[in-house]
Design a protein around this ligand. Sequence first.
Ligand SMILES: [Zn+2]
Length: 393
Amino acid sequence: MKRLLTIALILLPFLSNAQDHRALHRQAIVIDTHNDVLSTVSMRGKKLDSDLSGQTHSDVSRLLRGGVDVQVFAIFCDERFGKDTAFKYANIEIDSLYEIVRRNPARMMMVSTPAQLMRAVVSGKLGCMMGVEGGHMIEDNPAYLDSLYKRGVRYMTLTWNNSTSWASSAKDETSHTVPNPASGLNELGRQIVRRMNALGMMVDLSHTGERTFWDAIATTTKPVIVSHSCVYSLCPHRRNLKDDQISAIGRNGGVIHMNFNAGFIDSTFDAKMALLSARHKGEIDSLAALKWTDYEIEDRLVAKYKGEVDAIRPPLSMLLDHIDYVVKLIGVDHVGIGSDFDGSIIPPLGLDDVTALPNLTRGLMQRGYSAKDIRKILGGNFLRVFAANQPGK
Ligand SMILES: [Zn+2]
């Protein structure tokens, strides 16, 4: 009996700690600013409100089980869509989300204002927000911005990997694949940023080139978001932010939401992935010949060679390092989470899918963050910027 008591006393701190992180995660308002499941799954005929375990990182039930209060779903199409097709496609995706929410009134609701967001939190339903990923989806037409805003879209990433006629992307600026790679925002681009400010649609600077980033920071009168990017100093990827950019977000009052993608958090990952790809070159070449895109091919590799991929995935601690870095540089008010789940990403070990999100909260607790600061990171900071972007503020 005495021995049992001793074992129980030894285990107690661990047990109570485990309960603590789950309780804190449950109590916090958890907001993920970027998930691609709508475009990668729902639009391919799979039902987001069915059990997609083993096939995706997320579905409605797992989002709720992972403690997500509000999910911003990316409205996305790639550069193969353009004039007369991209905006139409955006609306079809928006329709698909409305339809899913309509089918699930007991566990989902649309959110387009901070007040609605709080209603979703109180009711325990999954609050569903929308962010357009890629300025090409408005087809150079500012009137389409207004239309998307009316349908509930609350942020737009000025570019995806492709530039628009008015903003250059990180991919094009760094690979010099546009006629004027140093273009940044032109007059139409500045007009679009100002219109977004007036409407209350948050400006998202993930995917934009540095020139566009600085032009947008100089133009916006509202705090911006970076919906799914990490720290360049820790992992020099073109999708991550350099220190001067991070500091600028701090001065702007914005929030950088950390992307869970291994290639953005671990500077050694892309080389390891390249070795893995080299081992399967024949298969990749034949898929490329069938006109599969790079990310479709990578998704196939990840699913088929799971053991090989798991062996090179970084630990969760590396993602926490990015959070620590931003906090040290500009403070805890400017960090959030933008998982990029189901966006052709390979998450770190310990974050296999959205149900593992409490592990992130545990990791933050283990690093000594207070409950108050963890609540800010998990969603409070986004909520502040969302409120500050309301029209008339
Ligand atoms: Zn993206």
